[in-house]
Design a protein around this ligand. Structure first.
Ligand SMILES: [Zn+2]
Length: 47
C-alpha cells in the first residue's frame, strides 16, 4: 500500500489525498481546492 501524503484543510479540517482534491486550471497554475468547503489548498505550476 502506498502512503500518499494527506492534505489537511485548514477550514473544515478534512483530510484528503491528492486524488480527492478538486483541481482547477488557472492560466499557468493548477489550483487545488478542498472538495468539501472549496478552500484553496495550494497552487502548482503546470508542466
Ligand atoms: Zn475544507
Amino acid at each position: 500500500m502506498l502512503s500518499s501524503p494527506m492534505t489537511i484543510c485548514g477550514r473544515c479540517e478534512g483530510e484528503f489525498t491528492a486524488e480527492e482534491l478538486t483541481r482547477h486550471e488557472r492560466g499557468p497554475l493548477l489550483l487545488v481546492h478542498c472538495p468539501d468547503c472549496g478552500m484553496v489548498l495550494g497552487s502548482y505550476r503546470r508542466r
